[in-house]
Design a protein around this ligand. Structure first.
Ligand SMILES: [Zn+2]
Ligand SMILES: [Zn+2]
Length: 207
């Protein structure tokens, strides 16, 4: 991945929900046990989120406005900017694939790993009102709720990042098959945290 693409993906906190899911589904279709591109990208983003939310032993949180600003999306989704935007539904090769049999692998992955992502579903995305907010809803939280929400988000992101690190490590030959359902589910949790849960819940239900 070249530096320019990486910078765009970073500035946008990954891809838009539609393309994030398509990217994951295509990887799951071809290599269900090696969803490497999505894992590396979203593990990077979780580490960044943890840093923004005041991790790494700082023992205190940055002021909420600073955190919110750092969690904003800057620039378009990389895939949308390549011309696979909302006006070209179905034209992206990745999405055509994702709509076919390939979605079966993604669904199976989501179902088997649901223990790892269900606890992280954003209550506002799901319409239940309970559950740690995703990045998109976190930055919309009113000031008086912000502190508690940021602390909850930090705990949630730290947990996702820990499991995603284990999933990424399991791609190494000498660590193969050391990952758990929870570790695999952290990938879906990270995609949901970065871009919101609606697309994921519409596609996978409650796992
Ligand atoms: Zn997009
Ligand atoms: Zn949300």
């Amino acid at each position: 991945m070249d530096a320019d693409v990486r910078a765009r993906l970073c500035a946008h906190w990954g891809m838009c929900p539609r393309h994030a899911l398509a990217f994951f589904a295509v990887e799951a279709a071809f290599r269900p046990h090696l969803i490497h591109g999505s894992t590396i990208l979203y593990h990077d983003l979780m580490k960044r989120a943890l840093h923004v939310l005041g991790g790494h032993g700082l023992h205190r949180l940055a002021p909420a406005p600073v955190v919110r600003r750092s969690l904003h999306v800057w620039g378009p989704c990389h895939m949308c900017s390549l011309g696979y935007g909302p006006g070209t539904v179905g034209n992206a090769p990745a999405e055509r694939l994702a709509q076919g049999r390939s979605l079966a692998n993604a669904r199976a992955f989501a179902h088997e790993s649901r223990r790892g992502w269900l606890p992280h579903v954003c209550g506002q995305c799901a319409g239940t009102g309970t559950g740690t907010p995703c990045r998109c809803h976190l930055i919309e939280m009113p000031g008086h709720d912000g502190g508690a929400a940021l602390r909850a988000a930090r705990a949630s992101v730290a947990d996702i990042a820990t499991h995603l690190a284990r999933f990424e490590n399991a791609f190494r030959w000498d660590s193969r098959a050391t990952d758990t359902d929870e570790d695999r589910g952290a990938l879906i949790a990270a995609i949901g945290w970065c871009g919101g849960w609606s697309e994921i819940l519409n596609t996978f239900g409650a796992g």
